[in-house]
Design a protein around this ligand. Structure first.
Ligand code: TYM
Length: 353
């Protein structure tokens, strides 16, 4: 698959090093909540893969976050392994990146609790993701407290490792901004302890929209499977879903603010083929939506099928994935434990220096 390197460089940090000369550290996470989709891939995983040789990376399967909504133990366990295989199949290289499961490093939960004490109720209430996920006022009464403090655990994930950069989709921007505020507040109260991180959000692909409604983002929790392309979808399913994707009025293959559906489909085509949108528009000028959608189906199939092949190989040898996750947890734990010794001392826990 052709990936345009230039698209995924951080322009002001292109050298991959911080002011101090150390390599920049990247942290990002994904929930094991089933059905990893094209939005997760284009908005996050693909960027992690392309940049991984440039930075020191930690990629985390955030299973504690997934518990913020009801889930069964068997489903959660299966989703964790599936996500690990999906990330490895997409190109996460355990030699270049630490891949681990959040709950294997207890320090995430401990730091979350300590950060709760420097986070304001009003800040959490303003999080748009909480508002979206908790629904209206009535359902909000019944959602878990974990859903409410979800962004604090996310902040703990990131600052526990002194991450400089957090490559995510657009929907996570507010959470990373809150993370910076929490880190700054802790530092102001207890002395410089944490690095306030920066979001790394790409100009293209950071908000892939639902195929059946281009005003909504592509989402794992969507009720209709026609709204997303899962990385696990077979070739015929992918072709069918693209064919059924809604389009805009008119018949011109062109991206524009008044053509949200075509803009989304063109973005997907461009990112997966490595071709500029203008080149694609030119190719389909006067040919209508049918020809464009047919080819887009093939572009998506060609991008996803090698990932599926590698995933099948990984599934055939579960001990390999288990070993990668155990090794990742050990390496992450070492860093996390060192940091928490300092944090406990700073807040006044333990015997003190
Ligand atoms: P999650 O699992 O919902 O999403 C994982 C990543 O996929 C991106 N994403 C999208 N990008 C483009 N278009 C879309 N339609 C789309 N949908 C999802 C998300 O922005 C995200 O980057 N809170 C995080 C998980 C998390 C985390 C962290 C992330 C926990 N701790 C620490 C970064 C750092 C989340 O909801 O991921």
């Amino acid at each position: 698959m052709a990936v345009r390197q230039a698209d995924v460089m951080v322009s002001d940090m292109a050298s991959g090093t911080a002011e101090t000369g150390r390599r920049l550290r990247v942290f990002s996470g994904m929930q094991p909540s089933g059905n990893v989709h094209l939005g997760n891939y284009l908005g996050a995983i693909r960027n992690w893969v392309v940049q991984q040789e440039q930075y020191d990376n930690l990629f985390c399967i955030v299973d504690l976050h997934a518990l913020s909504v009801p889930t069964s133990p068997d489903t959660l366990r299966a989703n964790i392994v599936n996500l690990a295989n999906g990330m490895l199949a997409s190109g996460i290289n355990p030699a270049a990146s630490i891949l681990f499961v959040q709950s294997d490093v207890r320090e995430h939960a401990e730091l979350c609790w300590l950060l709760n004490s420097v986070t304001q109720f009003g800040e959490l209430r303003r999080m748009t993701q909480f508002k979206d996920k908790s629904g209206g006022q009535e359902t909000a009464e019944a959602v878990s407290a974990a859903l409410f403090v979800y962004p604090v655990l996310q902040a703990a994930d990131i600052i526990l490792y002194d991450a400089d950069l957090v490559p995510v989709g657009e929907d996570q921007k507010q959470h990373i901004e809150l993370t910076r505020d929490i880190a700054d507040r802790f530092n102001a109260r207890y002395g410089k302890t944490f690095v306030p991180p920066q979001p790394d959000i790409k100009p293209q692909g950071a908000r892939i929209m639902a195929l059946d409604d281009p005003t909504k983002k592509m989402s794992k929790s969507a009720t209709s499977p026609n709204s997303y392309i899962a990385l696990a979808d077979d070739a015929d399913t992918i072709r069918r879903k693209i064919k059924r994707a809604v389009t805009d009025s008119g018949g011109e293959v062109r991206g524009a603010p008044d053509k949200p559906a075509l803009t989304n489909l063109l973005t997907i085509y461009s990112l997966l083929s490595g071709e500029e949108i203008e080149v694609i528009e030119e190719r389909y000028a006067g040919r209508g939506y049918g020809a464009f959608k047919q080819d887009l189906g093939e572009v998506v199939v060609q991008a996803i099928s090698p990932i599926q092949q590698r995933r099948a190989e990984l599934e055939a040898d579960p001990s390999r994935t288990r070993a990668i996750l155990a090794d990742g947890a050990e390496r992450a734990r070492e860093q996390a434990q060192r940091k928490m010794t300092l944090v406990r001392e700073r807040v006044g826990l333990g015997p003190g220096a």
